[in-house]
Design a protein around this ligand. Structure first.
Ligand SMILES: Cc1ncc(C[n+]2csc(CCOP(=O)(O)OP(=O)(O)O)c2C)c(N)n1
Ligand SMILES: [Mg+2]
Length: 371
């Protein structure tokens, strides 16, 4: 049982609101939400799960080289990202597809990277300040902290102007907490009292290494050790994820320094499609988490509040339409010339890149007839 007495849960796995010592201060953040806002949470979770399933299928059918599933982590991602204001900056790792799509990143941009057609990337300024995926574990926490230090220097914290005060969220995994970068980011964040939230998605595995081997203490206590107020939440509860993130972002924007949230969730799929989790984990664990699915409990909650069947039908159709759309568009993507590999290594022309581009061209030409 990964939950502790301190775990903040607002919505039980049975889909009812939880009134407890841990939940009471956060419930007002949920009570102020309109039905439309709550429906939007559900729409994102359902549509993005459909996207995730279709992407995994595309990989199995040879249309993608690799897929990194986000199945199971929808509530952690939708709740926390929904708490961000337009001026806030979000620094993901590589599994935050749900937030990427919420931020307006075209799903094909993500898929073309996993098809091997691009190095990925988008302009954060055009995508709700959602920064680039980072495959180097934990390094984005340093980028986030650096950015947050800059916000302090620019006077964008604690002014009392709700449109100006800005915060940062750094997303990272349980495995990343063992990486020096993450500790360094927390040292600097605590020293400089940066306006940021460290949002840890503890999905219980770092590829084949269980979190129990990485840390002998609950991970939110790691944040406390750096002097950063920290809280553990039920990460499969979209309401807790939203409310606790909003409360902590508010504090960060107001100049009260960094915060740390450990969201207990679960990676229902493989680490990536190159991985076979049946080699190292037990089905009983999957069963435990399947009973705590983020979408099922929220659907129960919304139905009890009177959401109509037509709403659920509409979002299911929206998911199917998205799946059909990406399936069609991914196979139509043109294959770029191999020389484009060198185009974005440096912003200006570079002699080493020129030499490498020529060497590749010569090598490819050597396969042509007559050589
Ligand atoms: C610096 C670095 N070391 C090792 C790896 C290899 N690696 C890729 S994913 C991963 C596990 C990360 O686990 P976690 O932080 O829990 O994130 P999750 O994949 O569970 O979302 C590792 C070790 C890497 N990409 N970068
Ligand atoms: Mg993990």
């Amino acid at each position: 049982m990964p939950y502790t007495a301190a775990t903040v849960q607002l919505l039980s796995p049975e889909g009812t609101l939880v009134h407890s010592d841990a939940s009471e201060q956060y419930l007002p953040y949920v009570e102020k939400l309109s039905d439309d806002a709550l429906h939007e949470f559900h729409r994102h979770m359902v549509v993005m799960r459909r996207f995730d399933i279709e992407s995994a299928n595309l990989q199995r059918q040879g249309q993608l080289a690799l897929w990194v599933p986000s199945h199971g982590q929808e509530a952690a991602q939708v709740g926390s990202a929904s708490a961000a204001k337009p001026q806030d900056h979000l620094f993901p790792s590589y599994r935050e597809h749900v937030i990427a799509l919420m931020s307006g990143v075209d799903p094909i941009t993500i898929l073309s990277m996993f098809r091997g057609l691009s190095h990925g990337g988008w302009d954060p300024q055009d995508h709700d300040n959602f920064h680039l995926y980072t495959l180097v574990i934990g390094s984005q926490t340093l980028h986030a902290t650096g950015y947050a230090m800059g916000l302090n220097l620019d006077g964008r914290v604690g002014t009392g102007d709700p449109d100006k005060d800005t915060a940062v969220i750094a997303y990272f995994g349980d495995g990343a907490t063992s990486q020096g970068d993450v500790s360094e980011a927390m040292v600097f964040a605590a020293s400089y009292q940066t306006p940021q939230v460290f949002f840890l998605q503890n999905n219980h595995w770092a590829i084949s290494v269980p979190v129990s081997r990485q840390s002998r203490t609950p991970l939110y206590l790691r944040g406390e050790g750096f002097g950063i107020p920290s809280v553990q939440i039920d990460g499969n509860d979209v309401l807790a994820s939203f409310a606790v993130t909003e409360a902590n972002l508010d504090a960060a924007r107001a100049g009260q320094g960094p915060r740390f949230i450990e969201a207990l969730t679960y990676r229902m799929g493989a680490h990536t499609t190159s991985d076979d989790p049946s080699k190292y984990r037990d089905n009983s664990e999957l069963e435990f988490w399947a009973q705590r699915d983020p979408i099922t409990r929220f659907e129960t909650f919304l139905r009890a509040r009177g959401a109509s069947q037509s709403f659920f039908d509409e979002i299911a159709t929206e998911g199917d339409d998205l799946a059909a759309d990406i399936r069609k568009r991914i196979t139509e993507l043109p294959v770029p010339a191999s020389s484009t590999l060198f185009d974005h290594v440096y912003s200006d022309p570079h002699p080493v890149m020129d030499a490498q581009r020529q060497a590749l061209a010569d090598f490819e030409a050597s396969f042509e007839e007559g050589h």
